[in-house]
Design a protein around this ligand. Structure first.
Ligand SMILES: Nc1ncnc2c1ncn2[C@@H]1O[C@H](COP(=O)(O)OP(=O)(O)OP(=O)(O)O)[C@@H](O)[C@H]1O
Ligand SMILES: [Mg+2]
Length: 440
């Protein structure tokens, strides 16, 4: 399938060039070669290479020039430099120029392969960041009665400085609401800082929120401003606050009472002015009853409570949301998919345990995969069957994914595997395994 990264190899020594390119091709890479900086510059101008592998001493120009040109044309490009005459100076300039890595010749081919694999992994990580950024920020679709009630509540609460607790099942739009509240408040021009308390290791949560002075713990090599301070005059969003460990719950409580932060290692506290919005997909009150969440903290967070209704209780909104996402993904992928009336009926009949997020992923997937530009009930039902509520397919059904489908999705996403995996409804690791099999 040729979906492994495309590489440009710049090397003037014919035997090294042949050995390296033959080896990498056998490993499944698509390799293009250039034997001079001139040829390399020409290819770089013509095409985006995610990875460039270049010798340093070439001709009138060097691998450092290749590095600069490659990164100028494509800032995400991972450039790996190789040389037999390495010096401190070249290593320093390579690092300064943003080289991904630097290897000394002679190297064994497995070392080279390991470096390339690391470069690929870092590119994938960047893909993922890009993916997160393209979610709508504060657009709320829905005109059902419970949503109208919600809008009324948000518009009343937003302009005040009150602390808000947002509850609702997964995928109901809690983060969207938090951003909407901020956007409609007097703080809208100040920062909105979100922290996912469930994802940050509790040992790091303190420095993440309160900051740390240089040297205050191992690994703290410079002062770090905590999010509470970074959000000064703005809003801080404590997502998944129910996951905060008991020890840290007390620190949060203190903060809410005193509105002061003392970075780790600092001896003075500073006043901050932030509005606190928190969210949880489980009832915090139940957590209090189970003894997992401090009641005093719960009272501090729950000044105003906003409860998001599950999608199955929003009559009429499924159709609105489905059309909204249809338009969004048609535009994103330059397609013109449409719903057949039977599809809409199938969508409306579903219970949506993963709520809006599940519907969003399903529509994205169907837009990309539908064969003749028409999305029909059969496709809806088939897609619903293979995905769980979070949009991830059980691994077993991977065999059902036709190569053709994978190819279509990779085409639509321009080879972005993180995105492709999401649309296909499989985990990224699974997609890699599948791709590796196909290239065997
Ligand atoms: N009413 C809505 N209109 C448009 N898009 C929405 C709406 N509600 C949610 N979304 C979209 O659905 C996805 C999930 O929303 P969000 O991240 O806010 O959910 P959540 O309640 O925080 O879920 P979780 O508890 O799993 O974190 C996002 O891509 C968001 O943009
Ligand atoms: Mg969320």
């Amino acid at each position: 399938m040729g979906e492994m990264a495309k590489l440009l190899l710049v090397e003037d020594d014919t035997s090294v060039r042949t050995t390296v390119s033959t080896f990498l091709e056998m490993e499944g890479y698509q390799v293009e070669v250039a034997s001079s900086t001139g040829a390399a510059f020409k290819r770089l101008a013509e095409e985006r290479f995610p990875i460039v592998l270049s010798d340093i001493y070439l001709d009138a120009r060097t691998g450092l020039d290749v590095l600069n040109e490659a990164r100028r044309l494509n800032p995400d490009c991972a450039v790996i430099l190789m040389t037999g005459r390495g010096s401190m100076e070249t290593v320093v300039s390579a690092t300064r120029g943003g080289a991904f890595d630097y290897i000394a010749k002679p190297f064994d081919l497995d070392t080279l392969l390991a470096v390339i694999r690391r470069a690929e992994a870092s590119l994938e990580a960047e893909d993922e960041v890009a993916e997160e950024n393209d979610l709508p920020e504060s657009e709320m679709i829905g005109s059902s009665a419970p949503m109208v009630e919600l809008y009324k509540l948000i518009s009343r609460v937003a302009p005040t400085d009150s602390t808000v607790l947002i509850e609702g099942e997964t995928g109901t739009g809690k983060e969207v609401v938090a951003r909407l509240i901020h956007k409609n408040s007097g703080r809208s021009h100040m920062p909105f800082e979100a922290v996912d308390c469930g994802a940050v290791a509790s040992s790091l949560l303190e420095s993440e929120l309160f900051g740390a002075l240089r040297g205050s713990f191992t690994g703290a090599d410079r002062d770090r401003v905590g999010l509470l301070e970074a959000a000064n005059k703005g809003t801080v969003f404590l997502d998944e606050v129910g996951d905060v460990e008991p020890g840290f719950q007390l620190k949060l409580l203190r903060f809410l009472q005193e509105r002061e932060v003392r970075p780790l290692g600092a001896n003075k506290a500073r006043k901050v002015d932030v509005r606190v919005i928190s969210a949880s997909n489980r009832s915090l009150q139940d957590q209090v009853k189970d003894g997992k969440f401090r009641e005093d903290l719960y009272f501090r967070l729950n000044v105003v409570r906003v409860v998001l209704p599950p999608l199955r209780e929003r009559h009429g909104d499924v159709a609105l949301l489905a059309h909204f996402f249809l338009k969004k993904y048609n535009e994103a992928y330059r397609l013109e998919a449409r719903f057949h009336p039977s599809a809409m009926a199938a969508l409306e009949a579903h219970a949506w345990p993963g709520n809006v997020r599940q519907l969003q992923h399903l529509v994205e997937r169907m837009v990309v995969l539908c064969e003749d530009g028409r999305i029909r009930a059969e496709q809806v039902n088939a897609s619903l069957q293979t995905t769980t509520e979070l949009g991830i397919t059980a691994t077993g059904s991977l065999a059902d994914l036709a190569t053709e489908q994978i190819r279509r999705v990779l085409d639509a996403t321009h080879g972005n595997k993180a995105k492709a995996a999401r649309i296909l409804g499989i985990e990224r690791k699974t997609l890699y395994r599948k791709l590796a099999k196909l290239t065997e």
